[in-house]
Design a protein around this ligand. Structure first.
Ligand SMILES: *[C@@H]1O[C@H](CO)[C@@H](O)[C@H](O)[C@H]1NC(C)=O
Ligand SMILES: *[C@@H]1O[C@H](CO)[C@@H](O)[C@H](O)[C@H]1NC(C)=O
Ligand SMILES: *[C@@H]1O[C@H](CO)[C@@H](O)[C@H](O)[C@H]1NC(C)=O
Ligand SMILES: *[C@@H]1O[C@H](CO)[C@@H](O)[C@H](O)[C@H]1NC(C)=O
Ligand SMILES: *[C@@H]1O[C@H](CO)[C@@H](O)[C@H](O)[C@H]1NC(C)=O
Ligand SMILES: *[C@@H]1O[C@H](CO)[C@@H](O)[C@H](O)[C@H]1NC(C)=O
Ligand SMILES: *[C@@H]1O[C@H](CO)[C@@H](O)[C@H](O)[C@H]1NC(C)=O
Length: 514
């Protein structure tokens, strides 16, 4: 079907389809409202082709390898810009194409590789033949998107990676409460609720293990119309913050905090990164919330390329099915992660809460379903565990919801080849080989407790919150404590930690086989 549409398009407009493999199916929880008027404005994000992409990958390997002379010699945003900035030709061709269509309300970033432009739907559809903007709604949220593929003029095709704000919908809201299951276990009396004290004790954090360097900071980023409330954080710390020095307020919110009820997920992230990464300055990146055509996750990536001073550690619970995204988009997002790594920033993503995932290929055949960015080789992916003995602080076992698997797109990076090879060779009773692709990037890289957390949301303490969105900020805070010690000694922060992490071969971490 898709090919027929594409071919007829090509004949009509002498354009070429970008992102031909992007899923354009409208998720079932979004309702079509109708066609958008021609004079309605959209804001599109043009991802311009960058230079030296292969070179920065190699550079990142050196900067992140503790055995390299270049370890930790991170770059400033301006230095990254001097490597990746699009060629003069790319900048000129794209600019002229936009101007020819009367598009001149554009903003660029320090690295000049993104251009965000406001234009009417009429102009956008002339610029991107094939696209048809419709309004969709879900609850009180509305979005403008196109359910048909877009093309660009053949002259600009080679100068663009993709155009953001056309196809991708936000991922489904996550279910971070095991609800019924949690309640059942609690009723049976075998429930050890996870609090900051439990985390700090299990991971050997003493009262001295708090941030002391004035120069350190950490961040959580949230994109799903979820907001934390400062009063919830303050109450959480007064209930659960005994025994360790901590902060009870966020240092900086970047973006617009929506009104209305707090999200449990948003509360969880902030409350736990500030409990393990205690006494460390914490930022929250939240929805910019300006245009209905924006993709909030992409918006955050664009913002990072426009801010020269950023926290060293970012934790994010966000993901889409890998098979729903175009390769052009994912490759470009990977380059954005590499740019962050070159700057010494650690990017931590939750591995997801649907186990290995399930994709129905035909009635009889299924495979596992990896999630992106969890499957990116350029981020650190965090999975979840629960206590083996739920009555006490015991060893941990895999939390059955914890996301994990192998990418079908990105080959296995060298840094994990030994560890994963050893795992595959030595693990009994793996699922059938047809379900997963052992040549791909394997995740998660680390895991921490993800089960039965206490959270304060809308001023109420809530038990039984579960998910890798709990373990990820916990790990993020612990990495920030390590960064703190390094900064005090004049050492560079950990940056992209995977190459170093796998060289530890489990030393310095709990490494349990179950
Ligand atoms: C990047 O920052 C500059 C300077 O603050 C600003 O003028 C520009 O609009 C920003 N770019 C985007 C895409 O927001
Ligand atoms: C969330 O998970 C619980 C327990 O598995 C289930 O009962 C509930 O229906 C789920 N809610 C949603 C919205 O999926
Ligand atoms: C908390 O952090 C500040 C710097 O942000 C530092 O001056 C102070 O000593 C720290 N507190 C403790 C108990 O280490
Ligand atoms: C903080 O870091 C900046 C640059 O990384 C450095 O110039 C400054 O001296 C540091 N400040 C402290 C208090 O360590
Ligand atoms: C398996 O993963 C590799 C990347 O490592 C990819 O090239 C290949 O297409 C994948 N195979 C399938 C069946 O998805
Ligand atoms: C796994 O087994 C294969 C085949 O026996 C062997 O070639 C490989 O070296 C093993 N890998 C590890 C990491 O043990
Ligand atoms: C944590 O402390 C316990 C008890 O002192 C010790 O047995 C364990 O090895 C420590 N774990 C790590 C990872 O340091």
């Amino acid at each position: 079907m898709r090919h027929v549409v594409v071919l007829s398009l090509l004949c009509l407009v002498r354009g070429e389809v970008l992102e031909a493999d992007q899923d354009t199916i409208v998720p079932e929880d979004w309702r079509l409202v109708g066609r958008v008027g021609p004079l309605q404005e959209v804001e599109l994000t043009f991802a311009l082709k960058q230079q030296n992409v292969n070179m920065i990958e190699e550079l990142l390997n050196h900067l992140s390898d503790p055995d390299s002379q270049q370890y930790g010699k991170y770059l400033s945003l301006e230095e990254v810009a001097s490597l990746v900035r699009p060629s003069k030709e790319t900048l000129k061709v794209v600019q002229q194409w936009l101007l020819r269509h009367g598009v001149h309300k554009c903003h660029t970033v320090v690295t000049q590789d993104f251009l965000q432009c406001v234009m009417t739907v009429q102009v956008a559809e002339a610029l991107l033949p094939g696209a048809k903007f419709q309004r969709y709604s879900k609850g009180s949220q509305t979005l403008l998107r196109s359910a048909t593929l877009y093309s660009v003029h053949e002259d600009v095709f080679q100068h663009l990676d993709f155009v953001g704000g056309v196809h991708r919908f936000p991922p489904k809201d996550k279910n971070i409460s095991k609800g019924w299951e949690g309640a059942r276990r609690a009723a049976l009396g075998y429930h050890l609720g996870v609090t900051p004290a439990v985390i700090r004790s299990r991971y050997n954090l003493t009262a001295k293990d708090v941030g002391t360097s004035g120069n350190n900071s950490q961040a959580v980023a949230q994109f799903l119309e979820q907001y934390y409330h400062p009063a919830d954080l303050a109450e959480f710390m007064s209930l659960f913050g005994g025994g360790f020095t901590h902060r009870s307020a966020v240092e900086r919110v970047v973006g617009t905090q929506g009104r209305g009820k707090a999200g449990i997920e948003a509360s969880l992230d902030v409350e736990y990164i500030m409990s393990s990464g205690a006494n460390i300055s914490t930022w929250v990146f939240t929805n910019p919330g300006r245009h209905e055509s924006q993709e909030p996750f992409l918006q955050w990536m664009v913002l990072l390329s426009n801010m020269s001073a950023l926290p060293w550690v970012h934790t994010i619970s966000y993901g889409d099915d890998e098979d729903s995204l175009s390769e052009a988009y994912m490759n470009r997002i990977n380059t954005e992660f590499m740019k962050a790594g070159l700057r010494g920033i650690s990017m931590l993503f939750a591995s997801g809460d649907s186990g290995a995932g399930c994709r129905h290929l035909t009635k009889q055949s299924n495979t596992f379903r990896p999630s992106f960015p969890a499957s990116s080789p350029y981020v650190t992916t965090v999975g979840g565990t629960s206590f083996k003995n739920p009555f006490k602080l015991s060893n941990e076992v895999t939390d059955y919801i914890s996301g994990g698997g192998f990418s079908n797109i990105f080959p296995m990076p060298d840094y994990q080849a030994d560890a994963v090879g050893g795992y595959l060779n030595n693990t009994q009773s793996l699922p059938p080989e047809t379900y997963f692709n052992t040549s791909g990037r394997a995740y998660p890289d680390m895991a921490a407790l993800s089960d039965n957390y206490w959270v304060v949301s809308n001023r109420v303490p809530i038990p039984w919150i579960s998910g890798t969105s709990a373990s990820t900020p916990v790990v993020g805070g612990i990495l920030s404590l390590i960064n703190d010690q390094r900064l005090l000694k004049g050492l560079p922060p950990l940056g992209f930690i995977n190459p170093r992490l796998y060289k530890l071969k489990g030393k310095g971490l709990f490494d349990e086989s179950e």
